[in-house]
Design a protein. Structure first.
Length: 239
């Protein structure tokens, strides 16, 4: 089985970290291929960058010229998953959906801890669109930009932990979701210090994608995610 894990930004070091995290839980026989978009922003922290990333991710996946069995979009709260589902016959899993749906098996309510406050509405909207909002206790911002998470890991850990503890104490969350692909690898440390289950979206997405492939299931094509209608598209960079 081959799974493409696509970073939404153009930071290669984040792609490598996401890929390592995905590989850490992949089953024997699952090959993880990390992809970085050919264009876009170095970090995604707003609507403009998110819409740009949606096109870049679709282009990057369609440019991959080897067979694959599933795609993971490794951006929390980002746009584009639906477009990939129209374009592809294989399962498409977004890490936002994967983390939240997994958290719902582990507790009554979950909270998301993300990067900057401006990304909170994007995550809230994604959870509503995916039907996962009802059991979300809160979406909290650590106050750190995406690239800062990598530059100062200890500061990042403390900022995320602080918001996780507030979510548990004040928002009554029973599970924490790490709301940024750049937080890959921090789940166990946050779990030990917060005392509640912590879900990393990348690893959750890998196990979900593997399950869908093994079950022989993929996106329904009868209506919402039917393949795009044949028509002229001027300047589209993908095949």
């Amino acid at each position: 089985m081959r799974i493409l894990v696509v970073n939404v930004n153009t930071c290669e070091s984040i792609t490598q970290a996401i890929t390592r995290q995905a590989q850490s839980v992949a089953a024997l026989g699952t090959e993880i291929i990390g992809l970085t978009p050919h264009f876009g922003a170095e970090s995604i922290e707003g609507n403009f960058e998110s819409y740009l990333a949606a096109v870049a991710v679709m282009q990057r996946v369609m440019a991959y010229d080897q067979p694959f069995d599933a795609v993971i979009q490794a951006g929390y709260g980002e746009h584009g998953r639906e477009g990939l589902q129209e374009l592809l016959e294989v399962p498409v899993v977004d890490i936002t959906d994967a983390a939240a749906s997994t958290a719902m098996f582990l507790g009554h309510a979950y909270s998301v801890v993300t990067s900057l406050d401006r990304t909170v509405p994007l995550i809230e909207d994604r959870l509503r669109l995916s039907g996962l909002w009802q059991r979300c206790a809160s979406v909290r911002a650590s106050g750190l930009a995406v690239l800062e998470l990598e530059q100062d890991p200890e500061r990042a850990l403390q900022a995320i932990l602080q918001q996780a503890e507030i979510a548990v104490r004040e928002d009554k969350a029973e599970v924490i979701c790490l709301g940024c692909g750049g937080m890959a690898g921090l789940a166990e440390q946050i779990r030990q210090r917060s005392g509640v289950p912590v879900v990393d979206g990348v690893t959750a997405a890998v196990t979900l994608a593997e399950s869908l492939v093994r079950l022989g299931l993929s996106t329904s094509k009868v209506r919402t995610y039917a393949a795009p209608r044949a028509k002229a598209i001027v300047g589209w960079p993908a095949r």
